[in-house]
Design a protein around this ligand. Sequence first.
Ligand code: PEP
Ligand code: MG
Length: 761
Amino acid sequence: MLSTLRNIVQEVNSAHDLQEALEIIVTRVRESMQTEVCSVYLVEPETGRYILMATEGLNKSSIGSVSLGHSEGLVGLVGVREEPINLEDAPSHPRYRYFPETGEEQFRSFLGVPIIHHRKVLGVLVVQQRENSRRFDEGEEAFLVTISAQLAGVIAHSEATGFVGGVTLTGAKSEDVAFRGIAGSPGVAMGRSVVIFPPADLDSVPDKDGEDPETEIAHFNAAISAVRSDIQKVGERLASQLRPEEQALFDVYLRMLDDNALAGEVVNRINAGAWAQAALRQVVHQYVRHFEMMGDIYLRERAVDIKDLGRRVLAYLQQNDQTERSYPDQTILVSDELTPAMLGEIPREKLVGLVSVKGSGNSHVAILARAMGVPTVMGLVDVPVSQLDNRELIVDGYNGQIFANPSSELSRYYENIVKEERALTKGLEALRKKPCITKDGHRVSLWVNTGLMTDVMRSLSHGAEGVGLYRTEVPFMINERFPSEQEQRDCYREQLEAFHPSHVTMRTLDIGGDKSLTYFPITEENPFLGWRGIRVTLDHPEIFLVQVRAMLKASEGLNNLRIMLPMISSVSEVEEALHLIYRVYHEVREEGVDIVMPKVGVMIEVPCAVYQVKELAERVDFLSVGSNDLTQYLLAVDRNNPRVAGLYHSFHPSVLQALKKIVDDAHCAGCQVSICGELAGDPAGAVLLMAMGYDALSMNAASLPRVKSVIRSIELTWAKDLLKQVMSLDSPTVVKSTLELALKKAGFGQFMRPGRIGESA
Ligand code: PEP
Ligand code: MG
């Protein structure tokens, strides 16, 4: 049974388009269940109707013409109930709906299972049988449920590919094809997509048209020759250590590259218009699927060899591809997994929007995007990324949606939003020099989070009063090795000088989790619970000491440095780190550098630290709450995983209780406490945090003017009343809507733009 399932899924995976995939499903399921009919009905997103898309056993002429309303007939009932319906005598069921054109009157037994992907019913898979006496047994029901669950993702993907390609299920022109993801950075971007992909990764090569087949073929042939020669060399080198039958493997390898095998097929595809890299990807995938379906284990494992060959040829192709990547003026960068380094590849003035299949709104690349003010959507798990190159796209960073093939009506709608945004930003510029003070005289400091040099410029122009978090790992991430002490010093000096006399809070290297350095890879089963932040740097004092020395020396004559320690989960980590910082301080002074001892603080971002605020506060000068991590650890929700992004609630009552406890305990211990997680940059979050008593709010520069505008227009007593009200609520969504309503009523609706909720593909 398992191998039948696997074979069907693999065959469906290798289909070229949705129709072919559905035909494979109905043929293979009917065969393996030995039934007379198997059909697939899919929901048409525009109308919500079920359309008969493929069948084996019913009249083929009814495909595409038979359709049922959302809750009509047995098919509709399966969809509404979201569970299998198994009937011995379907025509006697009150919901039975008869379509003469299908010829189904002769079939009495009916088993229908929903096809559900990410909670959404995509369609219904049905098997039918003639004899009156046959009821599909439990095993058959379980088989159909299993196959439907496994195929849902493939169907969603093929559907989406068709929609992006410009056709709906009924063959009409598809417009405003929406994909729902997670809001990564607010704002709207309209432009042309460029798919960017990591080198030598065959899976992420996008489909594109080749410009000149002859040149493409020449590049491809050169890559094949280079791989041939590599393999021959390896074979010769190992000749003395291998038996003849093992050596023969190298010949098999070389034969796969022959013109009448893989290479020939790639050339055919290039001649048909594809660019070489995509032609290679398509052929290799086809071979891999073919081998993976083989019954013989030995042959099945040859799929690995094909993948390896594909990667090798791709690496040479990319090396030979001398064409400089060019970016259109309004580029929307799309990737399977955006990384901070990718952001650096495109000139800032050309970049208008970002789209990433992986990651969520709390991933570090999203945080960087917010700092840069680039509208971003993350976690678009169903988007067919390889189809998205060079398309007109709209990125709605408020609602976490993108639209392909936008209609002129939708484009006009978003153009208006862009215009309104510009006007709002202009209006806020006037606040730059004004203090952040409530109408009843309560002063709260607004700081910024920085990482890139571009943040510094933006922060200064937005009126930041200091830096609450400088993520030092950012310059480490866009390097190819650890930066030297001098390089770090130059970089830190720039930050300190730019903000002088205001302070700059430099966090010591916080790598691990989703922040990896290419030159210092950390591979772990559970990276967010593993070797992160201070745990890494205490294990590598040579890295920590150099960094602290660079910070201290950079602060000479400025004295506006503060040092902050990330991921602290025990007092001993603080003591060890302090010991190293003092050691460097004395050494640097002995070298004759005139510096003062900077203030040192810790981040409260792990639940255990919440319960030791007093003990931590006694050892340091300040505390800063990292609410991004604290939320993920309190709620046990990976901040980076789009599947559980809906469970990541910054306004969860437990998170609010923890935040309140931290500020109360810190003040009891006489310690200043700020917050530098993303919550501080959310106007509603900022109001609550101020009411809780936080001394300073540190946020990305783009959020600062809005937060300042809200705080300057309200009274602390109003904010405290609101806090009291939400602290008594028990549901995160109710907390959120209560806050939004209160802010809207107070006249801040324009800061919480609802945007347009479109249906997703
Ligand atoms: C946090 O965890 O809230 C924080 C500010 O740090 P980072 O997002 O860099 O992990
Ligand atoms: Mg953190």
